[in-house]
Design a protein around this ligand. Structure first.
Ligand code: HEC
Ligand code: HEC
Length: 208
């Protein structure tokens, strides 16, 4: 079934086994999700297949379905604030959302051709700085920033995301303008990041 799914909708299944693919895409129907995401104009902002070209709109292509759904519900309840998405999220049913999320999750994200080396960012990404409660990003977001899935929870893919969006979110975690991560973990991680470290991390991760 999943393999069939894979061929039907052109999921890039390389490197993912069947179970991992299921964790990434979930139980929604990507084909109906594609149609619904067009009707609901998601692609108008988030780009063709979720690969937006404007940094104002985060890329959704290749993102974990569980993460997409959680964010959507957080926008709906107000746990995550954004004037546009709070309005968008109010008008879509959970069934449609499950399909739309499956569609974006099944798309391949456009990625940078070359990684931009950056010592400060690489060190923080891989080992963190425990003196300042900065946990290694890789421990949750994965060594290649492809996200991870554990215990029913998905940690978002960061690789290939727009630099400006990543920077904005890190600033929002730090100022606690965004505080919807489980147990406030991202607020703890970002609390003592310096401006230049946020800049370096955003640049480095967007090129991963
Ligand atoms: C008018 C433009 C617009 C439309 C239409 C729109 N979005 Fe968004 N969306 C945004 C913006 C802007 C953000 C970034 C919010 C922020 O900075 O916190 C966002 C963020 C998101 C996020 C969070 C991404 C992340 O990495 O955390 C998800 C998920 C999302 N949108 C899903 C959708 C879906 C699904 C649809 C269609 C039903 C949709 N959006 C329609 C503008 C839009
Ligand atoms: C203990 C686990 C953990 C660690 C360590 C961690 N993160 Fe996160 N991060 C998360 C979770 C969980 C989310 C999703 C939160 C939510 O549900 O809104 C997240 C979300 C994010 C987002 C928002 C993504 C989006 O699309 O909006 C960014 C950016 C981010 N993390 C960057 C980092 C960076 C950079 C580091 C290292 C300095 C890091 N994270 C370390 C768990 C972690």
């Amino acid at each position: 079934m999943l393999l069939l799914l894979g061929t039907n909708i052109g999921v890039r299944a390389e490197g993912y086994d069947e179970y991992e693919l299921h964790d990434r895409i979930g139980s929604g129907n990507p084909q109906s999700g594609e149609a619904k995401s067009r009707e609901e104009l998601c692609q108008g902002c988030h780009g063709e297949q979720g690969n937006s070209t404007s940094a104002e709109f985060p890329r959704l292509a290749g993102q974990y379905t569980g993460y997409i759904i959680k964010q959507f519900r957080d926008f709906r309840s107000g746990a995550r604030q954004h004037h546009v998405m709070n309005a968008v999220a109010g008008s879509i049913s959970d069934e449609d959302l499950t399909d739309i999320a499956a569609y974006f999750a099944s798309r391949e994200r456009i990625r940078a051709k070359q990684k931009k080396p950056n010592d400060i960012a690489e060190r923080l990404y891989r080992t963190g700085d425990m003196k300042r409660s900065i946990l290694a990003c890789s421990s949750c977001h994965g060594g290649a920033a492809q996200g991870s899935y554990a215990g029913g929870e998905s940690f978002p893919v960061l690789a290939g995301q727009h630099k400006l969006y990543l920077r904005e979110q890190l600033l929002k975690w730090r100022s606690k303008e965004r505080k919807n991560s489980p147990g406030g973990v991202m607020n703890v991680v970002a609390e003592s990041l310096r401006d230049e470290e946020i800049e370096a991390l955003a640049e480095y991760i967007s090129s991963m």
